[in-house]
Design a protein around this ligand. Structure first.
Ligand code: ZN
Ligand code: ZN
Length: 255
C-alpha cells in the first residue's frame, strides 16, 4: 500500500492511497486541477481513482467533491448527514454518483477495507479512516476534536499514520485569531495540538507503527519546524516522522 499527501491543512485536504489496483482519494478540499497535477507528478492518473471518501462537511474536506465527480468521474462516498450539512455550507453543484455510508461502518473496495471511526470534531457526522489491505494498515486521522478514548489504541494498530498536529498552544494564545476561534480550536470539538499528537505517537512507535506524517497544520498557529521540535521534545528525534505540507505534494510513502 502507498500513500501520497496531495495537501494537508485548513486550506484544503486530499490524500491518495493505492493498494494493488485499488485507488482512493480521502477528502476533496483542493481544486481538481491541483489534485490532477499533483498525482501526475508521481505518474498517477486521477481518472483511475475509484472513489473519493469524505471525512466531514467542512469546506477544506469537501468543497471540490462535485468537481472531482463531474470532471474526472469519481463517485462520492459520504454520510447522509455530512452531505446535507455540506450542501448548506458550500456549493457542490450537481451530484449524480453518491454512495452513502454510515459513520462507524466499513467500506470495501476489492481487497481493501476502509474502516470509518466517528470523531468528536465539530463537523457533521465526522470520521477518521483506517485503510486495511489485509496485511498493512494506514490511518488518516485529522479534525479529531480531542484525544478521545480509543484514539491511542487505533494509532498503535496502524503501520503508518497521517495524524493531525494542528496547533502550538503558545502560538495560538498569542496569535491573531479572535477569542471565540481560539476557544473553538483548543476546545473539545476543535483540533489537537502538537504535544497531544506527539504523546499519541510515542507509545504507538513502541507498538506496530513504523512512520507518521504530522498533518492539518495551522498556518497562523503552527509551523513544520515547531511541530517537529515538539515531537522531538516529547519522543526524541526520529527519521520516521515528517510533516505533510499545506502547499506541496509529498513523496510516495510506502506503508
Ligand atoms: Zn479540516
Ligand atoms: Zn473540520
Amino acid at each position: 500500500m502507498r500513500m501520497i499527501s496531495l495537501q494537508s491543512g485548513s486550506n484544503g485536504n486530499c490524500i491518495y492511497v493505492e493498494s494493488g489496483d485499488v485507488r482512493l482519494l480521502f477528502d476533496a478540499g483542493i481544486s481538481g486541477s491541483a489534485a490532477e497535477e499533483r498525482l501526475a507528478h508521481h505518474g498517477r492518473d486521477i481518472r483511475k481513482v475509484q472513489a473519493v471518501i469524505v471525512s466531514h462537511d467542512h469546506g477544506d474536506h469537501i468543497r471540490s467533491a462535485g468537481i472531482f465527480q463531474r470532471k474526472y468521474g469519481i463517485p462520492l462516498f459520504v454520510t447522509p448527514r455530512t452531505l446535507s450539512a455540506a450542501q448548506g455550507r458550500c456549493n457542490l453543484g450537481v451530484l449524480k454518483e453518491i454512495q452513502h455510508f454510515r459513520s462507524g461502518s466499513a467500506l470495501r473496495f476489492g481487497t481493501v477495507a476502509v474502516h470509518t471511526v466517528p470523531t468528536p470534531h465539530d463537523g457533521e457526522d465526522g470520521v477518521i479512516f483506517i485503510v486495511d489491505n489485509g496485511s498493512r494498515r494506514l490511518g488518516i486521522m485529522t479534525d479529531l476534536g480531542h484525544v478521545f478514548s480509543d484514539l491511542g489504541r487505533l494509532i498503535a494498530s496502524c503501520d503508518a499514520v497521517l495524524l493531525e498536529s494542528n496547533y502550538d498552544p503558545h502560538m495560538l494564545a498569542n496569535g491573531p485569531y479572535p477569542k471565540y476561534l481560539k476557544q473553538r480550536i483548543k476546545g473539545p470539538r476543535g483540533h489537537i495540538s502538537n504535544r497531544e499528537a506527539a504523546e499519541l505517537l510515542g507509545p504507538a512507535f513502541g507498538s506496530r507503527l513504523s512512520w507518521a506524517r504530522l498533518g492539518h497544520l495551522s498556518e497562523q498557529n503552527n509551523s513544520p519546524e515547531v511541530a517537529l521540535r515538539t515531537f522531538q521534545e516529547v519522543c526524541g528525534s526520529s527519521p520516521a516522522v515528517g510533516v505533510a505540507s499545506r502547499y506541496a505534494v509529498s513523496d510516495v510513502l510506502e506503508v
